[in-house]
Write a protein that binds this ligand. Structure first.
Ligand code: KG4
Ligand code: ZN
Length: 339
């Protein structure tokens, strides 16, 4: 029997709606917000306004693509946090009103939980292998960097995290120093392709255990480029590919070292990545190498489920639906991680 869940994601600068039948995806529609590009980062007020403009057309489109009517929906799942409060409120308010109007359950979803459960989304046709519990998940996004033991859909233990910037911030801030627009992560990935990753060396932070630190890289890049551009004002332009490749190599190396440590400490060799930075091609390549050489079983989300999307909200909603884990109408969004 079909269980149709509408997922709504609006935690940052993507307005997304998806329809899922069980774990099988029927549609996933995302409107990204270009308005932030010229500001070098997400402007919360502008994000809220853009969500307000985009949410109805995106939901309309997701139902149309899924080829179902709103009356067939079994529940509405929405991102309740963490994220930008004004942005979250748009999705939450819409979800509440829609669920109330349709007389169906409302399901609140944690954005980070959903990034991890994106691994359980099944394609429209065919079958995809999903990770078996327990597995390790490195969650790397614009706001989070954590290593988590995923024991079950909603039973997770954080065993490492960043003490300052997130991995996505390290990419975005480095890109900004290079004069690239926001978000810089995908651009660094692209410019790095023909570059030499060993050309420039940036120091690795010395953080104990499974924790990360990325703020030092940003500072060392800043000082390095200040000195180089004082000698040669065209230094960045002339070395852009090598600079991007070297910065990317440093960040990927830091992530891989900690992940290797986590595998050694826990004995768990099933390793998943999730969140926007998991779209990084160098990281994916390094992980596939680990799979080949060290016997890890690696899980990489499809590209459209790496960055923010509503399909991951819908699938998480489905697992909560099976548990009758429904939200009350008085629920309100939270901006910071609850864990
Ligand atoms: O998960 P996400 O879409 O939003 C948050 O929840 O934060 O992650 C966005 C982050 C940004 O920092 C962006 O630069 C980074 O993911 N990102 C990448 C790549 N694609 C997105 N970083 C490196 N390489 C990429 N290919
Ligand atoms: Zn995210």
């Amino acid at each position: 029997m079909s269980v149709f869940i509408l997922g709504i994601e609006s935690s940052c600068d993507d307005t997304s709606a998806a329809v899922i039948d069980g774990t099988r995806i029927l549609s996933n529609v995302t409107a990204s917000q270009d308005v932030h590009r010229k500001f070098g980062g997400v402007v919360p007020e502008l994000a809220s306004r853009a969500h307000q403009q985009n949410i109805i057309p995106v939901i309309h489109q997701s139902l149309k693509l899924a080829n179902i009517s709103k009356n067939q929906l079994n529940a509405i799942a929405f991102t309740n946090g963490p994220g930008l409060l004004g942005s979250l409120l748009v999705g939450a308010s819409f979800a509440k009103a829609f669920a109330m109007g349709l007389h169906i359950p409302l399901i609140e979803v944690d954005h980070i939980n959903a990034h991890i459960l994106a691994h359980f989304i099944q394609p429209k046709t065919g079958k995809k292998e999903v990770p078996v519990f327990p597995f390790l998940c490195l969650i790397i996004s614009g706001g989070h960097t954590q290593i988590i033991i995923v024991k079950d859909y909603f039973d997770m233990e954080v065993i490492g995290g960043t003490i300052d910037d997130a991995a996505g911030e390290a990419f975005d801030k480095s890109a900004k120093i290079l004069g690239l627009p926001y978000p810089g992560g995908p651009l660094i990935d692209e410019y790095a392709k023909p570059g030499n990753p060993d050309k420039f060396k940036f120091p690795h932070p010395s953080v104990s255990g499974l924790d990360f630190s990325f703020s030092g890289i940003k500072t060392s890049i800043l000082y390095f480029l200040r000195d180089k551009t004082a000698e040669n004002p065209d230094f960045i332009e002339q070395n852009l590919h090598d600079l991007c490749a070297s910065i990317q190599h440093t960040i990927v190396d830091i992530l891989l070292k900690k992940l290797t440590k986590a595998v050694e400490q826990t004995g768990i060799t099933k390793v998943a990545i999730a969140g926007g930075v998991s779209a990084n091609s160098a990281l994916q390549k390094a992980l596939l190498m680990k799979q080949e050489k060290s016997g890890w079983k690696v899980f990489i989300p499809d590209f459209e489920f790496c960055t923010d999307n509503a399909a991951m909200i819908a699938v998480t909603g489905y697992f909560k639906y099976l548990r009758n884990d429904f939200a009350k109408q008085k629920i309100s969004p939270y901006s910071r991680s609850r864990k």
